[in-house]
Design a protein around this ligand. Structure first.
Ligand SMILES: *[C@@H]1O[C@H](CO)[C@@H](O)[C@H](O)[C@H]1NC(C)=O
Ligand SMILES: *[C@@H]1O[C@H](CO)[C@@H](O)[C@H](O)[C@H]1NC(C)=O
Ligand SMILES: *[C@@H]1O[C@H](CO)[C@@H](O)[C@H](O)[C@H]1NC(C)=O
Ligand SMILES: *[C@@H]1O[C@H](CO)[C@@H](O)[C@H](O)[C@H]1NC(C)=O
Ligand SMILES: *[C@@H]1O[C@H](CO)[C@@H](O)[C@H](O)[C@H]1NC(C)=O
Ligand SMILES: *[C@@H]1O[C@H](CO)[C@@H](O)[C@H](O)[C@H]1NC(C)=O
Ligand SMILES: *[C@@H]1O[C@H](CO)[C@@H](O)[C@H](O)[C@H]1NC(C)=O
Ligand SMILES: *[C@@H]1O[C@H](CO)[C@@H](O)[C@H](O)[C@H]1NC(C)=O
Ligand SMILES: *[C@@H]1O[C@H](CO)[C@@H](O)[C@H](O)[C@H]1NC(C)=O
Ligand SMILES: *[C@@H]1O[C@H](CO)[C@@H](O)[C@H](O)[C@H]1NC(C)=O
Ligand SMILES: *[C@@H]1O[C@H](CO)[C@@H](O)[C@H](O)[C@H]1NC(C)=O
Ligand SMILES: *[C@@H]1O[C@H](CO)[C@@H](O)[C@H](O)[C@H]1NC(C)=O
Length: 320
């Protein structure tokens, strides 16, 4: 009987004075993952005392955190609850300290003495952000003569708000219904520069098609996003042919015989393809109907078809 009573006394003494930290010498460190929900219990503060012995109040150390910290937490006796969610990336980008301290003002009810107890809260980053492309659709123009193994786009880029290892992600070109996904490849899963693998041909391919690119979180594959690569193949022969001279003057003597070549004062009519690197055949034709002159559709040579019996002046429109 006596021995039992003695043991009870020892236990009471290790509990310590009201309004002190149980078991811990100085600081209770609380960790809170950023995905903790509003209203969730964050921690039970290890403060000695029962509701009949002490009362508590959360005090915010505003010299450490500029925001009113009581907006984020509520204290019900020794239970700390989250009142408003805290996003790690937002917290960090606003330069709030992490970990940060808060203080509990603890009052011993018997003598109304107060003590201030320090706590440290570590806001823990969790992998909660998917990588995001900086554009939802990337317009990529590629000329059909682009050589294989050329990088056709370097602007595709995604970012992940999570820090450290949670911010790592990889790019994948998805197999969509497009028959042309095999024409392209990414430089690497970490580099979304787009590489052309096969020669393009404007005439045999659909010139406009979409590919889908995905960015997937390395640690959590369910965190991913997609963007569209809207590819436009450019026909290199898109520039109009141009005449060497913008206008030609043709003086034909009235006794020129039919079938003779007539040569403008600027020289034979000549038009060339403006596209660099190609020399597409230029076809000449006369748009203005007239009985006197014909043009060779390949050479541009003008031939008199009918002899003039009177002087006249007229315009001809020549097309290439
Ligand atoms: C509040 O934080 C500052 C900076 O860490 C510290 O110097 C100060 O002692 C703290 N105040 C209290 C009451 O703990
Ligand atoms: C801090 O937040 C509490 C609870 O929301 C509020 O009662 C108090 O007025 C706020 N103090 C300041 C300085 O904003
Ligand atoms: C505090 O906790 C007690 C016991 O769990 C509960 O009865 C009381 O309603 C709570 N008070 C508030 C303000 O949530
Ligand atoms: C692609 O070409 C279209 C017109 O054909 C143009 O409007 C667009 O700006 C071009 N885009 C890029 C990325 O060059
Ligand atoms: C997307 O990222 C690329 C590469 O960093 C950059 O060139 C481009 O300007 C960015 N676009 C937007 C809309 O931020
Ligand atoms: C995409 O298609 C290629 C060839 O059709 C195939 O080898 C590859 O496994 C496919 N990838 C996926 C993710 O379906
Ligand atoms: C991606 O690869 C291309 C080609 O090798 C290179 O020019 C570019 O700098 C790389 N981009 C990054 C972000 O490493
Ligand atoms: C590519 O995707 C965009 C956006 O969804 C769409 O507006 C466009 O019509 C698509 N183009 C083709 C060729 O499917
Ligand atoms: C055209 O005929 C006239 C006379 O009818 C003649 O004087 C002239 O030399 C001829 N010109 C040519 C180019 O044959
Ligand atoms: C196109 O053909 C013309 C005549 O044959 C030649 O003089 C010219 O150099 C060629 N241009 C190109 C770009 O091949
Ligand atoms: C060019 O002219 C020749 C002879 O008049 C004709 O047979 C040919 O079809 C013409 N070619 C074109 C492309 O107009
Ligand atoms: C000139 O020839 C046209 C047809 O070739 C004819 O209709 C016209 O009467 C002729 N004029 C003269 C003055 O001979």
């Amino acid at each position: 009987m006596l021995l039992l009573l003695f043991l009870t006394i020892i236990i009471t003494q290790t509990q310590g004075q009201p309004c002190t930290l149980q078991f811990l010498p100085a600081l209770q460190i609380i960790t809170m993952p950023e995905d903790t929900k509003t209203g969730d219990l964050v921690a039970r503060l290890q403060i000695t005392g029962t509701t009949s012995e002490i009362s508590t109040r959360l005090v915010y150390n505003s010299s450490e955190v500029k925001t009113n910290g009581t907006d984020y937490f509520t204290l019900n006796f020794t239970s700390l609850y989250l009142r408003s969610s805290l996003d790690y990336e937002w917290w960090s980008s606003n330069n709030y300290p992490n970990p940060f301290r808060f203080i509990v003002e603890c009052t011993v009810l018997s003598d109304q003495s107060t003590r201030y107890i320090d706590f440290q809260l570590d806001l823990i980053d969790v992998n909660d952000n998917p990588p995001i492309f900086n554009q939802s659709i990337y317009q990529i123009n590629i000329t059909e003569t682009t050589p294989v193994n050329t990088i056709v786009s370097t602007t595709i880029s995604a970012y992940d708000l999570d820090s450290g290892v949670f911010g790592l992600f990889s790019y994948y070109l998805l197999n969509t219904s497009s028959p042309y996904s095999s024409y392209f490849q990414l430089v690497s899963p970490k580099n979304a520069s787009l590489l052309l693998l096969k020669p393009l041909d404007y005439n045999s391919m659909t010139p406009n098609f979409n590919l889908t690119i995905s960015a997937q979180d390395d640690a959590n594959s369910s965190l991913s996003s997609q963007a569209i690569l809207s590819i436009h193949i450019i026909d290199v022969d898109t520039l109009n042919p141009a005449f060497l001279s913008t206008s030609y003057n043709l003086n034909i003597s009235i006794n020129t015989t039919a079938g003779s070549e007539v040569i403008p004062t600027q020289g034979r009519i000549f038009a060339y393809d403006q596209d660099l690197g190609i020399n597409a055949t230029v076809i000449y034709s006369i748009l203005t109907s007239n009985p006197y002159l014909s043009i060779n559709n390949f050479t541009g040579v003008l031939t008199l078809q009918r002899e003039f019996n009177t002087t006249m002046l007229f315009d001809l429109l020549i097309k290439v």
